[in-house]
Design a protein around this ligand. Sequence first.
Ligand SMILES: O=C[C@H](O)COP(=O)(O)O
Length: 300
Amino acid sequence: MEKNEPNQNKYDAALAKYNTQLDDTEVAAQVAKIIAEKVPGNHTEEVKKFLFHCIDLTTLNTTDSDESVMKFTQKVNQFDEEFPDLENVAAICVYPNFAEIVKSTLEVEDVKIACVSAGFPSSQTFTEVKVAETAMALMEGADEIDIVISVGKFLSGDYENMCEEIQELKDVCKEHHMKVILETGALKSASNIMKASILSMYSGADFIKTSTGKQQPAATPEAAYVMCRAIKEYYDKTGNKVGFKPAGGINTVNDAVIYYTIVKEVLGEEWLNNQWFRLGTSRLANLLLSDIKGMEMKFF
Ligand SMILES: O=C[C@H](O)COP(=O)(O)O
């Protein structure tokens, strides 16, 4: 018997409780039906305002600096005065070395500080480094942590080490929300996305998130649909509610309305608030503002 066989079986046993054999063509057809039948009715001002309030306003650039991140945060501070008819974004999402600068600049109480961590975006570093990076981000002011699964381990079938690392990072996060990025574009099939979703939730994810935005393809409606189905099945079986965050490559208002519609159709109204639904994006905020205001806006 292989040394890790009992634990490997534990993860296989967890997966065996779910329908993880999904047909990609069938998934594509179900998504196409939702888009054709339900999306047009959701292009309302109310939905767009709601989507704005679900944004994790993201800056994850090599060129980010204390100064640029401070200015970015000051925009969020000014938002309520500039747009009194709108609710602010849900969170600011930055690299972990900027947690402190966001914390010391942010004056808006309800906007969270989210930090990507644990070797984002590749997840290719030592678990000890991931743990230390996450602990430091929290110590410096992060409210939420976004990590990436070890995609290489997942694709090699090493669920044990992949899951144990997620559990270790959740132990560091404690009550802070931990969002687990699957990097769905690298997982290739609906079945893999389903399995990675279940394993991440089983290991303590508070949210599952599609993509880092650093690999193509990033978020897709098909990946979102499968992840929402996984969240629903997991909730039905365990009673544990997990949030959903499409992220990466959300470049039009229509993209955002499509993700909203998938969440509404698969998970229901209960998930339609910014505690359980976020949009990770570096471009959508200005696009939504422009759409809502009926003129081009470059506020952020
Ligand atoms: O987590 C959020 C993503 O990195 C943002 O990706 P994006 O720049 O394609 O919007």
